[in-house]
Structure formats: structure tokens, C-alpha cells
Ligand binder design. Structure first.
Ligand code: SF4
Length: 325
């Protein structure tokens, strides 16, 4: 923790004013590590009826899947394409993390999961797995297997949690409770597997104050990494209809409002949590309305960092560890 602005390093070991994901991997591997997304053709229990039908009301996976992810291609082919894509943009990356991203990537029998994960790990340069899934889509057997894998590579499970409020989870048809999420995170952490979480700000029925107050709950969760997105209303989703019928129930952020909100949120966030994302950016063709126009994610990150600098503040400046009290 810095005592004044002259001190060059924060508790996370560098001088950026938040505990940044890219620096976290530099610390582990000593170099840039690039995530390569994979759509391995998994389904989702919230779509096929085993948990619910229709899926979460905001969900359209196509809006977030990179173009090189095609489930018709093998895991190895997708990794190869992804590496080519990223080499063009970032020459520096020498190691890769296979990111099982689309839908629920633990929603299959263990033997199927093993086959897909092991195929990814055999690809030259792949040093670990990141597995995106739902909190109710993991069990002790799968966790035990992933624990074994941690002895030979980096393994992280990223859970979609989206909100700490059950009233919101019901409203967006998540099909699981916040308590389910806490339980999955605790089991994951207890086995020494890296746990991450994903949240959305701006979900219907939540006030700005409620969104902000989640920071104290999130700060106490058993997570190592976290991603945040502002809500974007995606075409063709249930939420698009809900938004058209009842726009007053949505507190969507302008990018200027989001800067203020996010800086206030970061100041209260546990500094031990690594922040991977501040915002999301669906391609404009998927968006209802204007979104944030031409403001790109990297610009918002720069603006947030600039604001932190101007205010001489940082992640966790106002954090209180309520678990100690
Ligand atoms: S957001 Fe995830 S859990 Fe929800 S419907 Fe989409 S794939 Fe399923």
C-alpha cells in the first residue's frame, strides 16, 4: 500500500493503480501470456431445460465469441487460429492460456472434459486452462480432476455470477442463486484452484447504490480474479424486449457515468483481487441503440487510470476487511 504518490509500487507489485490482470501473469510467467478463446461446442443447462429454458435474458454468446472460434473446428485448430490472430496483434506473447469461453465449459461428463482440456494442453506453447462456467455446473469429481491438473499447469475456473442479489438473478433468469456461487467459489479455492468471477453492472431493478454496495460482498468472496462489464442490451435477447417495454427499470451507464462509478467501486475493492476487465464491448451490429459509440475498451481503461491518477486514489484505498471484524 503506497503512503504517498511518490511511492512507485502498490501492494500488487507495480505502479498501475489497480491490480491488473496483465501484470499478474507477467509476475507468474515473467512475460506476456495471451488467452486464446475456444468454443468447444458445450451447451448450457439454462437453455436445454435441465436448469431452465431460454437462457439468461441478456445472453447471446455470438456477441462475445471471437470470429476464430467455430465449434465445428477441433480444439487444436481453434488454438492455432487464435495464436495466428494474436501474433498479428501482439508479437510479444510466447505462452498461451486455452480459454474455454463459450457457454458452460464444464457441462459434460468428466471423460469428455478431460479429452478436450488435454487436447488444449498438448498444443505447443499452451501453459494453462481458463474454464468459463456456471456455479451450478461443477461437482466434486470435476473439481478433483482440475485440482490434479494444477500440479502441472495453471488452471482457473471463471464463474458467471453477474449479481450478488438473488432478486436480480431471478429476474434475469440465471437459474442459480448467489449462495450457489459462494459455495462453488469456496470449494474451488479450498482445492487450490484459481477462482474467478464475472459481474454485470446495470442489470434491471438494481439501483446504482445497490450496484456499488456489492463491492463489499465481492471483496469478501473466495476469488483471485474478477471481470466487470457494463450492461449492453444485445439484439435478439429477452432483455431487448424487456428494455423496450420497460426502459425506466434499467439504469444504463453513459461512459462518463461509468468512469465515476467504477473509480468509486475500485476504491472499495479488496486490493488482493486481480481485475481483468472494467468493461465489455460487443460488436456494434449486436447492440440495441448506440452503446458507447466509438469509445473502445482500451480508451475507457486509460480514462479510468487517468482519473485514478488525478484523484491520487487506487484500488482498495477505502477497502475495509470486514472479515476481520
Ligand atoms: S449467459 Fe451463460 S449460463 Fe446464461 S444462458 Fe448464456 S451460456 Fe447459459
Amino acid at each position: 500500500m503506497p503512503v504517498n504518490s511518490e511511492i512507485k509500487s502498490f501492494s500488487w507489485g507495480h505502479d498501475r493503480r489497480f491490480n491488473a490482470y496483465s501484470n499478474y501473469f507477467r509476475r507468474i510467467y515473467g512475460a506476456r501470456v495471451q488467452k486464446v478463446s475456444i468454443d468447444a461446442g458445450f451447451g448450457c443447462p439454462n437453455r436445454d431445460g435441465s436448469k431452465g429454458f431460454g437462457g439468461c435474458t441478456y445472453c447471446n454468446n455470438d456477441a462475445f465469441n471471437p470470429s476464430y472460434c467455430q465449434p465445428a473446428r477441433s480444439v487444436s485448430e481453434q488454438i492455432g487460429e487464435g495464436i495466428k490472430f494474436h501474433k498479428w496483434r501482439y508479437d510479444e506473447a510466447v505462452s498461451y492460456l486455452a480459454y474455454f469461453q463459450a457457454y458452460s465449459n464444464t457441462y459434460a461428463p468428466l471423460e469428455t472434459l478431460k479429452k478436450l482440456y488435454e487436447e488444449a494442453l498438448r498444443y505447443p506453447g499452451v501453459v494453462g486452462l481458463i474454464i468459463g462456467t456456471r456455479p451450478d455446473c461443477i461437482d466434486d469429481e470435476k473439481l478433483e480432476y482440475l485440482k490434479e491438473l494444477t500440479s502441472r499447469c495453471y488452471v482457473a475456473i471463471e464463474y458467471g455470477i453477474e449479481s450478488c442479489y438473488n432478486k436480480t438473478l431471478v429476474r434475469i433468469n440465471r437459474g442459480h442463486s448467489f449462495e450457489d456461487a459462494v459455495s462453488a467459489l469456496e470449494k474451488t479455492e479450498a482445492l487450490g484452484i484459481t477462482a474467478g468471477a464475472h459481474f454485470i453492472f446495470g442489470l434491471p431493478g438494481e439501483t446504482r447504490e445497490e450496484m456499488l454496495n456489492q463491492v463489499d460482498i465481492i471483496s469478501g468472496l473466495s476469488i483471485r480474479t474478477v471481470k466487470f462489464h457494463q450492461l449492453q442490451i444485445i439484439k435478439g435477447t429477452g432483455m431487448e424486449i424487456e428494455f423496450k417495454n420497460n426502459p425506466v427499470d434499467f439504469e444504463l451507464f453513459t461512459w462518463e457515468e461509468y468512469l465515476d462509478f467504477f473509480v468509486a467501486f475500485l476504491e472499495r475493492l479488496n486490493p488482493a483481487i486481480v481485475v481483468e476487465r472494467f468493461t465489455g464491448e460487443a460488436p456494434p451490429r449486436f447492440l440495441t441503440g448506440e452503446g458507447w459509440g466509438k469509445k473502445r475498451t482500451d480508451q475507457i481503461v486509460n480514462l479510468i487510470e487517468k482519473r485514478l491518477e488525478e484523484l491520487n486514489t487506487w484500488q482498495g484505498k477505502l477497502y475495509e476487511d470486514k472479515r476481520q471484524k
